[in-house]
Design a protein around this ligand. Structure first.
Ligand SMILES: [Zn+2]
Length: 479
């Protein structure tokens, strides 16, 4: 089956085929590291994690870039205000970002370029734009001349009549109805910025504009054109609009083929926002006793283009939903029997159906809500099957169900995360497990499979997974 995705460029759902057979190149706009990211920011990053994981699930090789914006208006102003260098300001926030990133179970991208490491390439791109007549210098700064670029604003569906005379100098999102020439290189006198971010250029000392950074880092790591560019919906204009103008203007080549944009998360019905002091960080929620697996579950519960209202009641539901999955998996493991005399169950058929429904849902523009629905229908029906079978099912049937759960979790990543949260094994538990395993080995040797299964069930109850091999039994705590 073919994945279909909504392309902001065409406002249509399109079949996805990578430019290069079997390999997908993705650029995902990363955090501006002047502050700690909040869970609303992670909604977008998690949608991109689902995209990445699902492409891998469909057997594509993925090359993903997520940049770290470590020089822009906000980082510079924060560094000046605190009297520190840009590196001193941004490094702790980069660490905090990766800490939350890993706690929420995001897979690592292949590249995390930092803007400050690419300034020479940024200068080159500006030079090329000047040579091609698409940029001009004014007072030590260089601006992109939007009147010289006929397709300017297509992504945001700007009306060309709305293009204004004059220049936009800031990085902040300006209004669509006020599209002006935007800054590529910021030079000239900037006493309010001190000397925290100054590089040499043919136009004198200065620093790059924010939009320019992403165009350069994308081309540097992915080539041009590449497959997918994504971010939050607030980036459509001006950020992504300007990225396209710069990259295509400088090279004459198309930039990215498909543009995906996630809607903002709300918090109690209002947009999550640092400036309004209306947000939670991962730490805030962990301090209140919530597990990151539940935060992940809630943040990936709704379609990326649809509304997601983050509430603590929703997070409580998400915690219960994760518990239910853990219980289900534990119960499957405990019911798994080596008794050859047991009757076959519907579990393999239910597992196949769940995987098919899961794939159909995600192929439909990553409809995670439907995909979760498929998983929980499976849990309900499989639980009913286990009830009827008296908690003992053929090993192959239990394995089919467990494999389906694991396969789905390769994309959702919630169970894998919950397992890591389970904690270490105590000495008391270790000696208890060893004693039980010895007892089970004896029962198996005596062909008392009922007793052996019962012990396996007891172990599973305490979250112990046993793996048998000719060399003996190995175990681990999964929860
Ligand atoms: Zn960007």
């Amino acid at each position: 089956m073919t994945l279909r995705l909504h392309n902001t460029l065409t406002r249509r759902i399109e079949e996805f085929h990578p430019l290069e057979e079997g390999r997908v190149r993705i650029y995902t706009c990363g955090p501006t590291v002047y502050d700690t990211a909040h869970v609303g920011n992670f909604r977008t990053f998690l949608f991109e994690d689902i995209l990445r994981r699902y492409l891998k699930w469909k057997r594509y090789q993925v090359v993903q870039v997520r940049n770290l914006t470590d020089v822009d208006d906000r980082t510079i102003h924060a560094a000046v205000a605190q009297g520190v260098t840009l590196r001193e300001l941004t490094l702790p926030f980069i660490d905090a970002f990766f800490r939350d990133h890993d706690r929420l179970g995001l897979e690592r991208a292949e590249h995390y370029p930092r803007a400050t490491d690419y300034v020479p390439q940024m200068v080159e791109m500006v030079q090329r734009l000047v040579e091609r007549g698409l940029a001009y210098e004014a007072d030590g700064s260089v601006y992109f001349d939007i009147s010289e670029f006929p397709s300017y604003g297509e992504l945001a569906q700007l009306d060309r009549a709305s293009l204004r005379e004059g220049r936009e100098t800031g990085d902040a999102a300006y209004d669509k109805g006020d599209a002006r020439d935007f800054v590529l290189w910021k030079g000239g006198e900037r006493p309010e910025e001190g000397d925290v971010a100054i590089w040499d250029s043919p136009w004198g000392a200065g620093r790059p504009g924010w939009h320019l950074e992403c165009s350069v880092m994308a081309i540097e790591h992915l080539g041009q054109p590449f497959d997918i560019h994504s971010g939050g919906v607030d980036l459509v204009f001006p950020h992504h609009t300007n990225e396209i103008a710069q990259a295509e203007g400088a090279t004459g080549e198309p930039f990215a083929r498909l543009w995906l944009h996630a809607k903002h998360a709300l918090l109690d019905g209002r947009k999550m926002s640092k400036s309004q002091n209306h947000y939670y960080t991962v730490d805030d929620l962990v301090d209140q006793g919530y597990q990151p697996s539940a935060i992940r579950r809630l943040l990936i519960s709704a379609h990326y283009r649809g509304e997601l209202n983050f509430t603590l009641a929703g997070l409580d539901d998400a915690s219960r939903s994760v518990e239910r999955l853990i219980d289900f998996r534990r119960r499957l493991r405990a019911s798994r029997s080596d008794d050859r005399g047991l009757e076959a169950t519907r579990l393999p058929e239910l597992a196949d159906q769940a995987l098919r429904d899961f794939e159909t849902a995600l192929d439909d523009d990553l409809n995670v809500a439907e995909a979760w629905g498929a998983l929980f229908v499976f849990v309900r029906e499989a639980n009913a099957t286990l009830d009827r079978a008296g908690e003992r099912v053929p090993a192959a049937d239990a394995d089919a169900a467990l494999t389906a759960v694991d396969s789905i979790d390769q994309v959702f990543g919630v169970l894998a995360l919950a397992e890591g949260e389970a904690g270490a094994v105590s000495e008391e538990l270790r000696s208890w497990v060893e004693a039980k395993l010895a007892e089970r080995a004896a029962a198996r040797a005596a062909k008392d499979y009922g007793r052996a299964d019962a012990i396996r069930g007891e172990l599973a109850e305490r979250g112990i997974e046993v793996e048998d091999s000719p060399a003996g039994s190995r175990w681990r705590l999964v929860r």
